[in-house]
Design a protein around this ligand. Structure first.
Ligand code: DC
Length: 220
């Protein structure tokens, strides 16, 4: 067993906010695997590389210099925390993250990091593929409306103007790509606990997961 909580679920369900709060509450580290797929997407876009450019894809992946420091993300010395949340990266990341070459490199990196310490890891395939031996697996879900409404508020807070219809359409597109791809599709692990956050506040979700974790961990 690894001292690791796997937190999977579709986009916009509140995984990263929940994971950060859980990490604070338990004094564990937080690994944002979506940020890794976003960082690779940004690197591909900047270098003008498409997935068909086999040689360039392999060269870029083998020289990838990605690091997470606290809640900031770096490519080399550059802090890319904001750049990886741009609409262009968000649009491109589903296709890049479906590529087996990209997944192999990032899953290896995730496993290497996760070997030591205590981690909250969020993503799509953490409980099924990356860390099937996690001590506690949560599959977070919420209704499409609840997820889109939260995402709309986040975008508006960043000054990005959009509509609930656009957010819902983009969310549906990403859900479809993430759950129908051949490589590690979004799927609840058989031994994961499903938690519906549609009608729960952030604090309630975190408290519920801590309770579930303690039950799994023999009350410790
Ligand atoms: O969680 P997020 O929106 O930052 O994730 C960005 C993309 O990366 C999303 O399209 C799904 C993909 N992803 C993945 O395929 N596997 C993971 N473990 C994490 C994210």
């Amino acid at each position: 067993m690894l001292n690791l909580i796997a937190l999977d679920g579709p986009s916009g369900v509140g995984k990263s906010t929940t994971a950060k709060r859980l990490a604070d509450a338990l004094e564990w580290d937080y690994m944002d695997t979506g940020a890794m797929y976003r960082a690779v997407t940004l690197a591909f876009q900047r270098a003008g590389i498409t997935l068909e450019d086999s040689d360039k894809v392999c060269r870029l992946l083998s020289s990838l210099d990605y690091e997470q420091k606290g809640t900031s993300y770096y490519l080399g010395d550059e802090n890319i925390s904001e750049a990886i949340r741009s609409p262009e990266v968000t649009k491109g990341v589903s296709a890049i993250s479906a590529d087996p070459r990209v997944r192999e490199i990032l899953v290896n990196l995730q496993r290497k990091l996760g070997q030591r310490g205590n981690w909250i890891v969020d993503g799509r395939d953490i409980g099924t593929v990356v860390f099937p031996q996690a001590v506690c697996k949560i599959f977070l879900v919420a209704s499409p409306q609840a997820r889109a409404q939260r995402r709309l508020l986040e975008l508006q807070a960043k000054g990005i103007s959009t509509t609930i219809g656009e957010v819902l359409a983009d969310q549906e597109r990403r859900d479809h790509l993430d759950s129908t791809r051949e490589e590690s599709p979004l799927r609840k692990a058989d031994d994961a606990i499903e938690l519906d956050s549609s009608n729960l506040g952030q604090e309630e979700v975190v408290a519920k997961i801590i309770q579930l974790f303690k039950q799994k961990n023999g009350g410790k």
